[in-house]
Design a protein around this ligand. Sequence first.
Ligand code: ZN
Length: 662
Amino acid sequence: MNNTVQMKQATPANKNSPYTQLKSMNIGDCQWTTGFWADKFELCANAMVPYMGDVLCGDVGHALNNFKIAAGEKEGEHQGMFWHDGDFYKFMEAKIYVYAHTKNNELLAELDEYIAIIGKAQESDGYLQTQIQLRDGVDRYENRKYHEMYNTGHLLISACIHFNVTGQRNFLDIAIKHADLLYTIFMPDTKHYGRFGFNQTQIMGLVELYRTLGDKKYLKLAEKFIDNRGKYEVKHHATTEGYPIGDMVQERTPLRESNEAVGHAVLALYYYAGAADVYAETGEKALLDALDRLWENVTTKKMYVTGAVGQAHYGASVNRDMIEEGFIDAFMMPNMTAYNETCANLCNAMFSYRMLNLHGEAKYADIVELVLYNSALSGISVTGKEYFYANPLRMLNNTRDYNAHENVTETPNREPYLSCFCCPPNLVRTIATVSEWAYSLSENGFTVNLYGANTLNSELKDGSPIKVSQETEYPWQGKVKLRMEECKADAFAISLRIPKWAKNSKLTLNGEELSKTLEPGSFVKIERNWKKGDVLVLDMPMEVEFIEGHPRIEEVRNQIAVKRGPIVYCIESPDLPENTDILDIYFNGNKSLEPTHQPNFLGGITTLEGEVLIRKDKGEGIYRTVQKPEWTPHKTQLVPYFAWSNRGQAEMTVFMPVVWED
Ligand SMILES: [Zn+2]
């Protein structure tokens, strides 16, 4: 195809998208140098990705085996969830990103091996779904519960990124053949396939393929999958049996009429992220208005202090549709039973990142940052080899039967393998590509979305070279120093994100304070003739803050969480006397907490040293009479929420009841 151009751009590859304020940087243009994200990337390249490769390419994960069997290279049966192919594509995506940053050719060769197997597994007409190909008695596109669209979405995205990074067509050609088949089946209006577009990951994949190939049919098909939802009567038929319908899969209300995020949180947020990609190409106002409403609904009424989403494992929507792993009523935010699937949290960041591109407003990057440092990283251990699926804000021992049924995905500790393996590769691919989210191109300049020591070596939109180095100890210190290494002579703008938490920040240029209003939660734009050697210093005082919930969140009334900068803290049983019940921990609001950096503790973190109160008097029964309780003060430390559960099985809480002395 003549229009195929290697975009080199990170996802979303929106260079030519007409309706975006900001454009993604090219993959690899920003490289972490030292500090938090450099450490995480190194761990990702040296532990997370190799370990995951061992698991998924071996017999435990059995993901590559599925492709080998479908390719006729191995005997055996399909193992893993229906969406296991998709999870393997996500792992490949992580490996592609690591290759993009390290140029380690071994990774490229391994990817080529996988691609050759996947290519052999693909049927001659483009169909590629090992969960169906290796299953007797099930036809392709027979029932949406088999998650074909999910696998498709990740195939398309991973293949586009592979092409954009390597310029090789081997993976891309598989994706094209597959998408062309999809087009012939799902583009015509048929009642049979009208509601089939679940789960909605394919929308993002199709738009990315459109961007790579320039062929509008993929965009049209992506749009079709949005238009079809909410169009058909919600009742079970042949393609829906065996999986909840209605709000669970966002098919009751057309997206353009939606005011409330409903149903499975991962499906919903992949759907909204895909719709944001469609809007970037079509500019349809009704779509953007709906996405604005949904983003507000998620982030102001249904999101945890950690940026996590999907309050419940089981529940119902207001339309009384059964929902799983998803959104329930606004402000209904349990701590202990919070589901907060790692994928859902990541999808919240992916949706917010796309909204940042569309609107160019810092509030979206605030959510990306909140998720990354808290409810995303909590999904993986400090060694990079154990995973959480659910990310509750409170953990109690012995309150839950983890073997109650096969779908209990909430675990008391991170596990080295999860039979439902969607979250680990989703998180690892994100860690591998955070640097691609750090900067964006604006009309005449660039924005700094995320902080972390790095070098940027890129081009502005007019093609002029731009080189910048960033020094900072973020997220542990709020001082960020940007040094101009190379730039054009003409004026252009650097926009720095002032995070919502960053009050009383100061900005200096070459040692002189700039008289700019630094409004928390917005970008500050500095437009001038830059020259090599210019030094911009943003100093954001990082105070320890006590956070309370909206009074309508009953589950946290009279409780506080502790936050410093972007990091949410928790208290965990290894930092308490043995056998302390985490529910007996109170916080004395008059006491201060002292940040202490501990480079050799839990991967290098800043703890908060201080005192909590342990309640001594015990009551009994579901309701008890109470007088003023008795407490024992206890000197201890709070650790970042993402770093909990790395010291053995523990109780943990983010929110603590607070006592304010006169
Ligand atoms: Zn997941």
